[in-house]
Structure formats: C-alpha cells, structure tokens
Design a protein around this ligand. Structure first.
Ligand code: PLP
Length: 409
C-alpha cells in the first residue's frame, strides 16, 4: 500500500503568503471600495528593459527557422549563458569555470534542491529569520526532527539568531554543523554581510569541513562598493561554498524564470574527492531537470550584456529609491526600521515589539497596507515586519502616506 512522505506532516505551517492573501481577501470583502496598498510579496513590477526584451525576441525568432531551431539544450544551460555568467563574475575579479555553472529555472528550486546531494543526517544551520525554503526543504528531506511549538523551531535544525544586536548577521554556530545557509542581501531583513563577516564563516566552514550554501539572489541591489556581491570574492570560499543566483530580481524574471548555481570543483567533503559535489549536482540536475528554456536563456544573455546590465540597474535603482522612501516615511513617524539600503526589503520593528501578526492586522485595518509578518520567516522575525520595495512609485508613495495618515498611535 502506498504511503506518503511522513516528513511533510512535520511541516509546521502552510506557506506564509496564502495566509496573508486570506486575511487581505477577508478585509476586502468586509470593506468593499477600500483600496489596499501592497508592500507584501517581493515580486517585481516594472517592465523588462529593451535590451532584454530584444534578447527574448531573438530567442523566439531562432525557433522559427529550420536553420536556427534548437530543442533540448545542455542540462546545465547552453555555453552562451554560462559564458555570460562567467564574464559577469570576472567583472568582479572572480574566476569561475564553465563546468562549475549550472543554469536553472530559478534560485528557489536550486536552494530547495541542493540539499539532496548531502547526507540525509547532515546537521543544517539557518539564519533566523530566513527565506523559508531552506528550512522547509530540509524538513521534507527528514532533517528537521520534531517541531517545538513553544520555541517555533525544529529540534533538528540549528538556528542562528539575526538580531539588531548583531546587525542581523549571525555569530558562528556554537554547535557542530554540516551545512550553513546564508543569504546576503538578506530576505527578509535587508541586511548585507560585510567581507569580514563572510570571511569568518568561510574560515569556520573550512576548519569544520562544513559547506556554506550562499544565496545571492539580491546581489544586484548592492551599491556599496565595499560589500561583497559573491561569496567567491572571499579567499578560500571555493573549497567550502556553493552560490545560488537568480535573474528574478536582477532582471525582472520572476515570471520568466532563470537562475544559476555555482558548485566549485574545489569543494571537498569529508567522504569525497574534490569535484564530487559538482558531479553529484550535475547528476541531480540531469536526472530531475531538462535544462532551462532556450528562449529565456537568450534573454538572460542579453540581461548580462553591458547594455542589459546598465538598463537593469536603472530598474533596480527605482526599487532602491522606493526602499529609501519607505524608510524615510516610517522614520519620520518615529518607527524604527533596518535594511533597505543595499536591498529591496525594509525590516520594521513593530511598535512596542507587538507580535508580527497583530501588527499585520493593524496595518491592514488602519492603513490598508498589506505587509509580511516577520514571524513567518522564523521565530527570530517575531516583532518585525518585512516591507517590500517592489512596486510602482505612485503605489509606494500612496502606501507610505496611508501608513502616515492611517496608523493610530
Ligand atoms: N532566494 C531568495 C532569498 C528569495 O527571496 C527568492 C525570492 O523571493 C528566491 C531565492 C527565489 O528566486 P527565483 O525567483 O529565482 O526562484
């Protein structure tokens, strides 16, 4: 008799965003005619720049003639996109081999799937709060253990607190761990790791033979030249880190779908020769995935061209200015917020550290603003809200004005 994977039953809660949508729908049904302002889901809103659109069109056109038609491509992405990605790293002084780059349909699948190449009993550390995919996929794989409702934590995972006191970047794990997920710029806190902070984790991982899974999905939002955009800017990272990237927030591909993962050949685990993780990830991708869309790859190559990057930066500047407006608006009301400087998320402390869902309801009812409760990203997010800077300028301004005018005391 068939049985389901029991680990799904240990998942603590449904995904955060359906609950947000449910509460927003209930409010809208009870208050017809009230306009809701959305600072919730981190989804891009601005059209793709012309160079990227031209690249996508060219990809479609190639399918229209016998001479240029292609079907299945390389599982890891065709050479032009991998060359464009390698060139992109080279601009920052980082050398990555074409056989170390695995192009995919996005950073979410990669950050969820990468755990499958590690031992089932690996001890996993996550930032708290964190993008929920790291926790949930390891729970589904059986690494979570029982959920402790009092602590709102899985007993089998190691939580690395990210608080105002440590600048929302964690201290090194006190307990032995095998895998550490780090995300910078961070979703949800908007914090960006410094070179020194990453170097400390790289030294830790090399000493303990642990692996860092580094999610750099928001690296294009980093404006400060001193801040690292890739963990491979840190010496020694090739021996201990995997990096995951996305075109979603860089080039507006949230619906188009394209990302990549770098698995260095030098990455070596306790039980394998150098290159084994690279080989296993290739095996995993070629077994479960048939390669990214050829049309989309053409758009990705265009996005990483000099003209494409410059045009995409204009769009990112738009979101960064939105973040500035949100921060300035909230601070002018005496609210305390973090992040949003080299990142598209503002991390707002709830007044009096009110529980996140309670403040979500207040923002909804009093200011008609949809936000994201910080507690949805882990217990360390309790007492915070994530506000997303993705939006049209007029909508962001209206949302900030509505908080200013509507939020009571
Ligand atoms: N990683 C982080 C930290 C994210 O916040 C997101 C999207 O919100 C993703 C990955 C997903 O990226 P993609 O759209 O490429 O799957």
């Amino acid at each position: 008799m068939a049985r389901t994977n029991p680990h799904y039953d240990t998942l603590a809660a449904g995904y955060l965003f359906p609950e947000i949508a449910r509460r927003a729908r209930a409010f809208a049904a009870a208050h017809p005619g009230v306009k809701l302002h959305r600072l919730g889901i981190g989804d891009t809103t601005e059209p793709l720049p012309p160079t990227v659109i031209a690249g996508l069109h060219a990809g479609v056109d190639r399918l229209a003639s016998v001479a240029t038609y292609t079907g299945y491509g390389d599982y890891e992405g065709d050479p032009p996109i991998r060359e464009a990605i390698a060139r992109h790293y080279r601009r920052r002084g980082v050398e990555i081999g074409l056989d170390e780059i695995f192009v995919s349909d996005g950073a979410k699948p990669d950050s969820g799937n990468i755990q499958s190449v590690f031992a089932p009993d690996s001890v996993v550390a996550v930032q708290d709060p964190a993008y929920p995919v790291y926790v949930d996929t390891n729970v589904i794989a059986g690494r979570g253990g029982a959920f402790d409702p009092a602590a709102q934590q899985y007993r089998g995972l190691v939580y690395l607190p990210c608080t105002a006191d440590n600048g929302f970047f964690p201290d090194l794990p006190a307990a032995p761990v095998d895998l550490v997920y780090l995300c910078s710029p961070n979703n949800p806190t908007g914090a960006v790791a410094t070179r020194e902070q990453l170097a400390r984790f790289v030294a830790f991982a090399r000493a303990r033979r642990a692996v860092i899974v580094f999610d750099a999905a928001y690296s294009a939002f980093i404006r400060d030249p001193e801040l690292p955009r890739s963990i491979f800017e840190i010496e020694g990272a090739r021996e201990c880190a995997i990096e995951i990237h996305s075109f979603s927030k860089t080039a507006g591909f949230t619906g188009v779908r394209l990302g990549w993962t770098v698995v260095p050949r030098d990455l070596t685990l306790e039980d394998g020769e150098p290159g084994k993780v690279n080989r296993l990830w290739r095996r995993r991708q070629s077994t479960f995935f048939n390669g990214p869309s050829n049309v989309v790859q053409a758009g990705g190559v265009a996005a990483l061209s000099d003209a494409g990057l410059a045009e995409c930066q204009v769009v990112i500047d738009h979101y960064l200015e939105n973040a500035r407006l949100i921060r300035a608006g909230l601070r002018s009301m005496g609210l305390v917020c973090h992040g949003g400087e080299n990142a598209p998320y503002v991390w707002l402390e709830t007044p009096g550290r009110m529980p996140s869902w309670a403040f979500f309801d207040r923002l909804l009812e009093e200011a008609h603003v949809i936000s994201t409760p910080g507690s949805g990203f882990g217990p360390g997010g309790e007492g915070y809200m994530r506000l997303s800077a993705f939006g049209h300028r007029a909508d962001i301004e209206a949302a900030v004005a509505s908080i200013r005018d509507g939020l009571r005391g």
